[in-house]
Ligand binder design. Structure first.
Ligand code: AMP
Length: 278
């Protein structure tokens, strides 16, 4: 069957009318890479051959705290649609911002605990934007399940909390992080790195791997910091140890402690994390 594309909510509703359940959604911002395609593959596994896989491609303006980051976000629509088609998506929802948001939008979703630190601290309003768009996508697609990558582990934890706290009837299916062969976590933003920055960027993963085996919080943080800052190209946005459940900073190293970082290469911000027991 050929894959359909809906650019408006009305078109989407027409397609949904005849869409077999379960409906499994893969929300993305496009510029798809193999990390995204593996999410689509997992969605297909979850939906089964009878069910339906939907991909949404929407660069959500309200989750960007910097307008330059929004403007520079890579957009590769034709390639994205080919990837969705070749991975067996049934349909793609590809709205414009004006289709998603009224000019006088006045109700948004706010998470108050898990978003306090990490990306939530350095990107004010980011997770309000994420929660709001994800809730709208859940409502619009009436999906039974949705696949999210563990690469954005704070986002995944917050979405799971939103589902719990707002009684959403959507099963959240996590997917492990896909990496390049040199260890760099795949990201749409990687394509904005210069060749020199790209060659340097695997140090983020190396720093986390080397640091995570150290015995104390102090040594973990100083080791990771040293390796990342040994490059003249990097600027650390944050480097923090948090508890995996609460996402609150901790200096106790247990099986559920996560070392997480965001690192700038120029204006390109990359994130990664590791369990300290890995
Ligand atoms: P994005 O388009 O960056 O908003 O990402 C859309 C979805 O793909 C999110 O659930 C991300 O966590 C997930 N994702 C992005 N990069 C990767 C990766 N390298 N491995 C697995 N999932 C990923």
């Amino acid at each position: 069957m050929t894959m359909w594309i809906a650019r408006t909510k009305t078109e989407l509703q027409k397609h949904l009318a005849s869409l077999p359940r379960p409906i499994v959604l893969v929300p993305t911002m496009g510029a798809l890479h193999p990390g995204h395609s593996s999410l689509i593959d997992l969605a297909r596994k979850h939906a089964g051959s009878e069910g339906s896989v939907l991909v949404s491609i929407f660069v959500n303006p309200i989750q960007f705290d910097k307008s330059t980051d929004l403007e520079n976000y890579p957009r590769t629509e034709d390639e994205d649609l080919n990837i969705c088609q070749s991975h067996g998506a049934d349909g793609v929802f590809l709205p414009e911002p004006s289709e998603m948001y009224f000019k006088d939008l006045s109700i948004t979703v706010t998470e108050n605990l898990l978003s306090e630190h990490l990306c939530g601290a350095t990107r004010p309003g980011h997770f309000d934007g994420v929660c709001t768009v994800v809730l709208k996508l859940f409502n619009l697609t009436r999906c039974d399940a949705a696949v999210f990558g563990e690469k954005d582990f704070q986002q995944l934890a917050i979405i799971q909390r939103m589902v719990r706290d707002l009684d959403l009837q959507v099963q959240i299916v996590p997917h492990a992080t896909l990496r390049e062969s040199d260890g760099l976590a795949m990201s749409s933003r990687n394509r904005r790195l210069t060749p020199e920055q790209r060659a340097d960027a695997p140090r983020i993963r190396k720093a986390l791997l080397t640091a995570s085996s150290k015995p104390s919080a102090e040594e973990i943080l100083s080791t990771a910091c040293e390796i990342i800052e040994a490059s003249t190209l990097t600027k650390i946005d944050y480097l923090t140890l948090v508890d995996a459940e609460t996402l609150q900073p901790t200096d106790k190293i247990t099986h559920s402690t996560i070392l997480a970082c965001a690192v700038f290469y120029g204006d390109v911000r990359l994130i990664d994390h590791i369990k300290t027991s890995d």
